[in-house]
Design a protein around this ligand. Sequence first.
Ligand code: 13P
Length: 261
Amino acid sequence: MSQRKPYVGGNWKMNTNRTTSADLARGVVDGLRDAAHVDVAVFPPFPYLLAVRAILRDRSSSIKLGAQDVYPKPDGAFTGEVSTEMLKDCGVEVVLCGHSERRHVLGESDAHVNAKLRAVLDAGLEAILCVGETLDERNNGHTDPVNQRQVRGGLADVTGDQISRVTIAYEPVWAIGTGKTATPADAQAVHANIRKLIAGMFGQDAAERIRIMYGGSVKPSNAADLFLSPDIDGGLIGGASLKVGEFVPIVRAAASKYTTP
Ligand code: 13P
């Protein structure tokens, strides 16, 4: 049994509109009203952050408001970008850094991801560092080196105090939105190696505390098996987070793993 509180995020990506984002937020809040022993965050598109925040607040929900991305500079001539202070102003508590779509569709480097993550932590927010190998990298036997490089690069210059506000999401690129999921054994092996790396970088205590989520085609039908693995501390959910009837059972599957220390 894990002493780490499970954590599940719903990454809505570039989906929903003004009406459906509000409906989804209300559905998730109401569906999880009695859910304990699990941390939950939702990541709506930027334009709907304030509306979702109002729903979370009105219903006194403990669900955290998350942002899908951020720009590392505090302000200035960066057309189209959004700063940590703007996100805080909108009630955001947690920010995704280095999601695979930002790395592979929008070309973000480890250095850029690291700058974002440090800006998030310096602003007092929580960060979720996303890492994961492509299918080619996996087929060439590079799964661990790629994930280790992304973890090392993403967490460069993070302090021992700040690491407590970091969660890692292992999302193999080939499993995102494809219906293909890593087997629990494959995912567990990567998670265990990431935890070992964190022990080397930040010490054993930090490694035991840090939560490592799995992401990539998680559904109600495979969530429980994945979350049973000792080093899988929850999930970062894409497609299934857009449906209340799928997201809520996934969160409940994660919650059932936790025992109070
Ligand atoms: P899917 O659950 O749609 O595969 O997406 C996973 C993901 O990228 C979450 O950030």
